[in-house]
Design a binder for this molecule. Structure first.
Ligand SMILES: [Fe+2]
Length: 386
């Protein structure tokens, strides 16, 4: 995150004695940092040693099967066709992946006793349906539909849902951090006036309550497609205080303030976050272009070096036919794409659009899992035939 935050109690100076109430035993200081010691970081104070592990076991991988030899083509698949019962982690179904980005959806139907940590990836969790709290070592971060939660790599957390009736998440794992685009920030890191959001829009953890409990606690750790269970000898949410720039936060898609132009503006105006290998954009309801002869629908385009993934949330998508809530389209790099027949004409003279969608543009091609094959519209590639 681009701003400093602190919760709980902290010693006056870093790296000095910080005694518990007994005046003899020390709280354990842990620096959680990025880019070695050169990126953003937080300093945490634990009741216990964060390393005290009783047992390490490898679990069977949840990895979904690759669709070998999937054709290079246009794809449209319905993620809601595949619903696996389980908690926020075990209910995940993976659809697309490359070495820097993994896209899954899940429909959680239960809460968990175990704790989870993605040790090799930062997670972006879009809450399509459902509400509850992301509980982590950094405190409590409540979530509602539309929230886009960024969970830094290495964070220990649980997601607790208020009900199990209708929950839906889209999870995008990244091997590099999610960042606020550089051109949205001034030289001091503060978000600029012409950015589509500002610091006030971000929700950050609160209510840090240190849990001082000994016992056996299961921590499930994801390391790319391998899974491990570490049994640790204390409750992992044992922080009495922390401060710094590294912590989970969220931003609701309904708080995104889209920009409009006299003529069609390309997708970078919808930018939300960047990583080193892909970007995430928010498409939101907005007024259309105001030149009297403007064509608001996008022109056909070939992104020779980026694959475009769109997740459709709500509304009428201005350039696509046949897609609905929970649909994903994949337009692979190197193929042209654009509006289906009639959509360009339909947009001429329209004053506004009501659409919510999430877009991921990656700079590497995707491999598909068999989940795409099982849920896809087999005739989507024919949808431009007039
Ligand atoms: Fe596109």
């Amino acid at each position: 995150m681009s701003f400093y935050h602190k919760l709980g109690i902290l010693p006056e100076k870093k790296h000095t004695t910080f005694f518990k109430e007994d005046g003899k035993s020390l709280y354990r200081e842990e620096l959680c940092s990025t880019k070695g010691f050169s990126g953003i970081y937080s300093t945490k104070y634990h009741i216990n040693m964060p390393t005290s592990t009783l047992k390490v076991e490898e679990l069977e991988s949840l990895s979904d099967k690759n669709w070998q030899n999937a054709p290079l083509s246009y794809y449209h698949f319905f993620t809601d066709k595949l619903q696996t019962k389980g908690n926020y982690f075990t209910s995940r179904n993976e659809f697309l992946h490359n070495s820097h980005c993994v896209i899954s959806t899940s429909h959680p139907t239960e809460n968990t006793d175990f704790f989870f940590r993605n040790s090799y990836a930062h997670e972006f969790v879009f809450v399509h349906f459902g509400s509850g709290s992301l509980i982590s070592e950094y405190g409590i971060l409540p979530f509602i539909p539309g929230d886009q939660i960024v969970i830094p790599q290495g964070t220990t957390y649980q997601m607790e849902f208020d009900s199990f009736e209708n929950n839906k998440l889209v999870i995008i794992e990244s091997d590099t951090p999610y960042d606020i685009p550089k051109h949205y920030r001034n030289e001091y890191g503060q978000i600029l006036e012409d950015a589509p959001y500002c610091e006030r829009d971000f929700k950050i953890p609160s209510e840090l309550k240190a849990i001082d409990k000994k016992g056996e606690f299961e921590l499930i750790i994801k390391a790319r497609h391998r899974l491990f269970k570490h049994t640790i000898d204390h409750h992992p949410f044992d922080l009495v205080g922390w401060d710094g720039y590294l912590y989970p936060y969220s931003f609701n898609i309904k708080d995104y303030a889209p920009k409009v132009g006299k003529l069609h503006l390309p997708p970078p105006v919808h930018l939300l976050f960047t990583t080193q290998h892909f970007v995430v954009c928010n498409f939101c309801p907005r007024l259309f272009d105001f030149h009297p002869q403007s064509i608001p629908a996008p022109y056909f385009h070939t992104n020779i070096d980026s694959a475009e993934v769109l997740y459709y949330i709500e509304g009428d998508f201005m350039s696509r036919k046949g897609v609905g809530t929970g649909s994903i389209t994949l337009h692979p790099l190197g193929l042209p794409h654009g509006p289906q027949p009639g959509k360009t004409e339909q947009s001429v003279g329209a004053k506004e659009t009501y659409e919510y969608a999430l877009m991921v543009d990656t700079f590497d091609p995707f491999e598909l899992t068999t989940n795409v094959k099982e849920t896809m519209d087999e005739n989507y590639f024919l949808s431009w035939i007039e």
